[in-house]
Design a protein around this ligand. Sequence first.
Ligand SMILES: *[C@@H]1O[C@H](CO)[C@@H](O)[C@H](O)[C@H]1NC(C)=O
Ligand SMILES: *[C@@H]1O[C@H](CO)[C@@H](O)[C@H](O)[C@H]1NC(C)=O
Ligand SMILES: *[C@@H]1O[C@H](CO)[C@@H](O)[C@H](O)[C@H]1NC(C)=O
Ligand SMILES: *[C@@H]1O[C@H](CO)[C@@H](O)[C@H](O)[C@H]1NC(C)=O
Ligand SMILES: *[C@@H]1O[C@H](CO)[C@@H](O)[C@H](O)[C@H]1NC(C)=O
Ligand SMILES: *[C@@H]1O[C@H](CO)[C@@H](O)[C@H](O)[C@H]1NC(C)=O
Ligand SMILES: *[C@@H]1O[C@H](CO)[C@@H](O)[C@H](O)[C@H]1NC(C)=O
Length: 485
Amino acid sequence: MKRLKGVSISSIATLCIIIVGWSGPCVVGEDEEISAPMKRTEKEALYSAIQGFVGKWWNGSDLYPDPCGWTPIQGVSCDLFNGFWYATDISIGPIHDNSLTCDKDVKFSSHLVALSHLRSLSFFNCFVSKEHPVTMPINEWEAMAGSLESLEFRSNPGLVGGIPVSFRGFKRLQSLVLMENGLTGEVPQSLGNLTDLKRLSLAGNSFTGGIPASLGGLKQLLILDMSRNSLSGELPASLGILISLLKLDLSSNQLTGSIPEGIGNLKNVTLLDMSNNGLTGGLPESITELIALQELSLSNNPIGGEITNLQWSNLRSITALGLSNTSLSGRIPENIAEIKSLRFLGLNDNTLTGVIPQKLGDLPNISAIYIQGNNLTGELRFPESFYGRLGQRFRAWGNPNLCFSPDSIQAPSNAPSGVKQCARQGIIKYETRIGNSSKHDDHQSSSASSLSLLPPAPGFLFLVVQMYLLDLNIRGPVSIYWARF
Ligand SMILES: *[C@@H]1O[C@H](CO)[C@@H](O)[C@H](O)[C@H]1NC(C)=O
Ligand SMILES: *[C@@H]1O[C@H](CO)[C@@H](O)[C@H](O)[C@H]1NC(C)=O
Ligand SMILES: *[C@@H]1O[C@H](CO)[C@@H](O)[C@H](O)[C@H]1NC(C)=O
Ligand SMILES: *[C@@H]1O[C@H](CO)[C@@H](O)[C@H](O)[C@H]1NC(C)=O
Ligand SMILES: *[C@@H]1O[C@H](CO)[C@@H](O)[C@H](O)[C@H]1NC(C)=O
Ligand SMILES: *[C@@H]1O[C@H](CO)[C@@H](O)[C@H](O)[C@H]1NC(C)=O
Ligand SMILES: *[C@@H]1O[C@H](CO)[C@@H](O)[C@H](O)[C@H]1NC(C)=O
């Protein structure tokens, strides 16, 4: 049972007016008889805790004599336990017009910990002053360890220091969000003991050191976001046991080493972003076992190796594939053009060679193809409508040996930017060189060559993958990946 809603509050107020027969405020005595009681200690702890954040001017007992009843505090929710009200959710920060906002001189009140039934505590845009930075209390958290399920600090640049070790006591914590703050230090090993965690977001701080292998203990984790920090070292193999994960974002750190093969175990993962790191070692074959993937970005890593030999067509739900600036070589495999769901393909700034699969032009929803800055060759023969539709989102410049067929284009404005026209002579040369290539031949020869290059895969594995694919529940939402990729 949540705190009394608007309707019942106003009806209590009306009742109050009728009983008292006077339109002034209800006296506190009346009110206490109407609403369920709240222990004095709980009420005072609530007032003091909030006052610590919003400032001395805020006099809770004056402004909100019945904080869980007819004078609810914006951002505070209560619940009944054994007939008494307790504060269960506190959310501080400018979310609504009348939200509690923080004082310049904000500090953690020691009374916070007396709120023994708190389930959710969140601070948004509260610790903002870098001149008066605030650190989190070290030990005081233990008192609420048994009840807290969600702790969130978001957009608090003035919140500095490390993650207190005492966080390991939050046995019931399901969501720990420490996003866009000024936090530093290493990610504590002990976070791996918070076995109920479903969401762990440490994005946008200045954390250093490695990703603790102990995070493999978070078997229920759905979202792991450590993006935009200064994490270094190799990816722990234990990431591969977080099989519940839906989103894994480690982008914009200084991670090195190779992507563990175990990544292929994350069958439910829909977003995998490791862009902007120092990852090497080639693409793991298992990456195409991530059959639920909708967005994959590994851009801006010196990953190296070949793009050609992977079974990209397994990724049936992928909408955005970002492999820009990853030192990839080889031909763009035809099987990428079998991913019908593809909307964005970023392969720019690699050392890709060979011809561009013409079937990319048939992808129903494709809206951006970036292949500039490679060493692709041959003749672009997409239909004019394709160039017209994609416009500047078809980028093929910076491939010195690439040209487009002038015959296919009526309006010069539709010509692909930065790509030269194939000279008439060039066309003849090209056609004799590539040889007798009707579309059909081309396709056959290239799929034959990619098959012959395939690693020997056991037949049963292939079958299992097929079964997964059949069972796939393809869902709609496509996030805005232009920003991300
Ligand atoms: C709030 O106001 C009351 C009187 O209106 C006063 O007795 C009390 O000390 C004040 N509390 C705080 C914390 O300022
Ligand atoms: C945390 O987990 C490690 C193993 O991952 C275990 O050895 C340790 O005792 C746990 N600590 C607590 C406080 O539960
Ligand atoms: C993966 O998702 C499916 C469907 O939502 C769910 O039934 C299954 O339990 C999930 N697997 C894991 C390991 O969480
Ligand atoms: C390409 O990736 C490397 C890391 O491998 C990075 O240092 C560089 O800035 C990236 N280039 C661009 C243009 O983003
Ligand atoms: C193309 O996009 C539409 C609209 O978002 C969607 O309904 C459809 O399933 C997509 N097609 C494929 C093959 O993914
Ligand atoms: C591009 O490929 C051609 C052969 O097709 C080769 O001669 C040239 O050196 C390559 N350029 C780069 C920058 O790799
Ligand atoms: C391609 O055509 C040329 C002449 O038209 C012929 O000599 C050659 O054998 C053909 N190559 C193939 C692979 O069919």
